[in-house]
Design a protein around this ligand. Structure first.
Ligand code: ZN
Length: 315
């Protein structure tokens, strides 16, 4: 048995379902100023896009990713789901973001008095976010972003999970991922990564009945440094009696998936090789990239997908 040192480094990416690919591109690139770092298809269903937005290179911990499906119902947040994704922004930038979001037609709300300052908003599909100021986080902003580098979104700060079995959800975070319980406040328990490099998880007791769909988080992925650590984690999940997928090749990282006891789909994703593996930095995220197994069907796949325009990128 390997001794695992900090097997999980924090959050890797978040993946949600949306209704309209172009609307999401316009929002995440045009309004939030993130870069499209990969345009590809859902590897499990090549008739749908998989959109990736992040910092200049989609560094682990910055990527927000989306499966657009026109058909489907609106999601409702309930237990077994990621309810809120919090994004880190530099200190003294919440006012900038308030003005920018309002100017983009987005409704914003302040955190209740007495809690840490944050700015809550929803994306066009109703996906819930909050911006939180953090100090001293290094950044890799996209030079062509419509948002100035000193205000740029720095990546994920934390997620809030609603769970019917909060102790069991927290148990996975502690005993498998190496998170530590750092705060208990009523029904809410905060878990943080041991070395504090970002990506805490709030687990909230909830029996609310929800459903997936447009504006719902499909899964949340956690960072692991390399394939060997990932394999050790895979075995540990299995040993705890949870059903875990084999290691899946996602080209830009490798993934294993399992559903935690509270019902949220967790992914463990490697930091590498990253989004620069199949296209250059300068033109990242604009041309459709297909995994090898679908390349022979490119013409058919392209005919099924709507053409997308990327704000700030001239054709
Ligand atoms: Zn994923």
């Amino acid at each position: 048995m390997n001794t695992i040192q900090a097997p999980i480094l924090g959050l890797h990416h978040m993946t949600a379902i949306v209704a309209d690919a172009q609307r999401s591109v316009d929002f995440y690139v045009g309004a939030l100023g993130l870069r499209s770092v990969k345009l590809t298809v859902n590897f499990d269903d090549p008739t749908a896009y998989h959109l990736y937005f992040g910092d200049a290179i989609g560094s682990p911990g910055t990527a927000l990713t989306f499966f657009p499906y026109a058909d489907g119902r609106q999601a409702r947040v309930g237990s077994g789901q990621v309810a809120v994704t919090r994004l880190a922004v530099p200190t003294d930038s919440l006012e900038f973001w308030r003005e920018r979001l309002v100017a983009s037609g987005v409704r914003v709300a302040d955190a209740p008095a007495g809690t840490d300052p944050s700015l809550a908003f929803q994306d066009p599909d109703g996906l819930r976010y909050a911006l939180v100021e953090v100090e001293g986080r290094t950044t890799n902003p996209w030079p062509a972003s419509p948002v100035p580098a000193e205000r740029a979104i720095l990546g994920m700060h934390s997620v809030e999970i609603w769970s019917r079995r909060p102790e069991a959800t927290g148990g996975v975070l502690e005993s498998i991922f190496g998170y530590q319980k750092v705060q208990v406040d009523g029904d809410r328990t905060r878990y943080a990564v041991r070395d504090g490099c970002g990506g805490s998880v709030d687990v909230v007791q909830s029996d609310a009945v929800g459903n997936g769909g447009h504006g719902g988080v499909h899964h949340i992925a956690f960072r692991t440094p390399d394939a060997a650590t990932q394999l050790a984690l895979h075995d540990k999940v299995h040993e705890q009696g949870l059903h875990v997928s084999p290691v899946m090749e996602r080209n830009y990282f490798r993934s294993v998936y399992f559903r935690e006891p509270g019902g949220v789909l967790f992914e463990i994703a490697t930091d590498g090789p990253g989004f620069l593996i199949d296209e250059p930095f300068e033109s990242l995220g604009v041309d459709l990239k297909l995994p090898e197994q679908y390349e022979s069907q490119r013409a058919w796949i392209e005919s099924r997908l709507p053409k997308l325009r990327f704000p700030g990128v001239t054709a």
